[in-house]
Write a protein that binds this ligand. Structure first.
Ligand SMILES: [Zn+2]
Length: 480
């Protein structure tokens, strides 16, 4: 029997506000434990939380970008549970009246576009962090994180494969970065993802029993965890077993998921409307004002690149997958007018080097001006395309201009016909066997001579001239 997976993702994104959601404490990452706290986020009795308007602005912005319907009336709720990192014993969240609902985003997988529904977006506060490492007896708790604003984005179970899940998370991250509402740093926990997953025989309408996987802190972990979990569930069903509804944790070191708690033990949250906070009333004017601040989003930018720069959709997709990269590309393309050549170099050399070093485009030392002048050097014939790659790598390492590097390293292309002719004469004289082969009709040997000339000039000979002069000389020998 063939099975298909049904996957829904819950993404927690930390909003990029300077202060927390209900108090004025800083949200800065990495400070000394418990230095960014006050009576409100410590959950002292008698204090009153006040909602940070910037948090709501950012959530509205995201809701608009994800095509959600914004509820004019959103109410905060207390989600009651006991855990040491939650001093109030409840988390302020939204429950029956979330900020927005019924949106979607679109993904491209294997050349196919698919719409993934968004159930809801709500805002809530984060909890603190228990520390068990390097503690001799017991555990410590760091409450710097308590009250940091989170936005929870819940997808419909429209995702059917691990690849689609990855594409969804990638696209969502991209949109959040474009909106500048989250830094999406998965290592620091500012973007976190849980998945609900079940399998069912292909063709069956009803969903199977689902499990929830937590603790996926990277794109590859998300994909691997889902692949593992689908296989695990299918194996159980094929052996006539039953899936237990439970929460499972992904362990990247073993590449498996393990049961964390079953449904029976799972938290039974009791939600109450929060009496301390006034409802969030979002009127049309507020929405309209936020709408005006919406930037060009990845899909729009991609379409514009195709029409404005005439580059293939594929190139436009790769380049607009990062706002910073797209901005960089536009700066180079504004100076150098062959946009396709720019996209070739960006996608080829630039992305290769960034990937090798695990660096971001924001780290790059090559200015758009230097990038463009390198391409101009190729056009002028000062350097060959091959040498240009060496120059580019140098520029990438030290930020120098291409002219400086060409000068310093003596990389200027040899375009002196007399000099090239001399080198060709020498190569032909040194390789009489190959010359005979050529004259005997084996014309492919010409490539060998070109290679020898390039070697003799450390790749600096102008390839067009080498081919032309070589051909003239060989033809002359033939006709002798
Ligand atoms: Zn505080």
């Amino acid at each position: 029997m063939n099975y298909e997976a049904v996957i829904g993702l819950e993404v927690h994104a930390q909003l990029l506000t300077k202060s927390k959601i209900f108090c004025s404490c800083s949200t800065q990452f990495g400070s000394e434990p418990n230095t960014q706290t006050c009576p409100v986020c410590l959950g002292m009795p008698g204090v009153l939380p006040v909602a940070n308007r910037e948090v709501i602005n950012m959530a509205i912005k995201t809701s608009l970008a994800l095509n959600c319907k914004i509820n004019n009336y959103g109410r905060f709720a207390r989600k009651n549970y006991f855990y040491p990192d939650l001093p109030k014993n409840y988390q302020i969240s939204q429950y029956e009246e979330p900020l927005s609902e019924h949106g979607y985003l679109e993904i491209d997988v294997n050349g196919k576009r698919k719409k993934i529904g968004i159930v809801r977006i709500h805002i809530e506060e984060d909890a603190g962090k228990n520390i068990h490492e390097n503690v001799v007896d017991g555990s410590y708790v760091d409450l710097n994180r308590t009250g940091v604003p989170l936005m929870e984005i819940v997808s419909e179970p429209d995702i059917n494969t691990p690849e689609e899940a990855r594409a969804y998370l990638t696209q969502l991250k991209n949109i959040l970065l474009y909106l500048e509402v989250c830094d999406c740093n998965m290592e620091e926990g500012s973007l976190r993802c849980d998945a609900n997953i079940s399998v069912r025989p292909v063709g069956q309408k009803e969903f199977g029993t689902k499990t929830e996987i937590k603790n996926m802190n990277s794109f590859s972990n998300l994909q691997k965890a889902l692949e593992y979990e689908i296989e695990r569930q299918v194996d159980i069903l094929q052996d006539g077993g039953r899936i237990v509804q439970e929460t499972r944790l992904w362990d990247p070191s073993s590449g498996t998921t393990a049961s964390m708690r079953s449904k029976e033990e799972a938290h039974d949250y009791r939600y109450f409307p929060c009496p301390d906070l006034v409802p969030v009333v979002v009127d049309e004017e507020w929405i309209e004002n936020i709408k005006k601040t919406l930037p060009e989003l990845p899909d729009e930018k991609k379409q514009r690149f195709v029409s404005q720069y005439g580059i293939p959709e594929y190139d436009a997709g790769v380049i607009t997958a990062s706002k910073a990269l797209a901005d960089y590309y536009e700066k180079v393309a504004a100076i150098y007018n062959d946009a396709k050549k720019v996209s070739n170099w960006v996608m080829g050399e630039l992305l290769r080097l960034l990937k090798e070093d695990e660096k971001e485009i924001s780290d790059i030392l090559i200015t758009p001006e230097n990038f463009a002048s390198l391409l101009q050097l190729i056009d002028k014939g000062t350097i060959s395309g091959k040498i240009a790659k060496t120059v580019f790598e140098e520029m990438y390492k030290n930020g120098k201009t291409p002219d400086e590097i060409v000068e310093e390293k003596g990389l200027e292309q040899v375009s002196d016909e007399g000099e090239i002719a001399g080198i060709i004469d020498r190569v032909l004289a040194e390789n009489t066997k190959q010359v005979e082969q050529y004259l005997g009709g084996k014309e492919k040997v010409a490539g060998f001579f070109v290679g020898q000339v390039m070697k003799a000039t450390s790749g600096k000979a102008n390839p067009g001239l080498v081919n032309k002069i070589l051909k003239e000389k060989l033809e002359a020998m033939k006709n002798k």
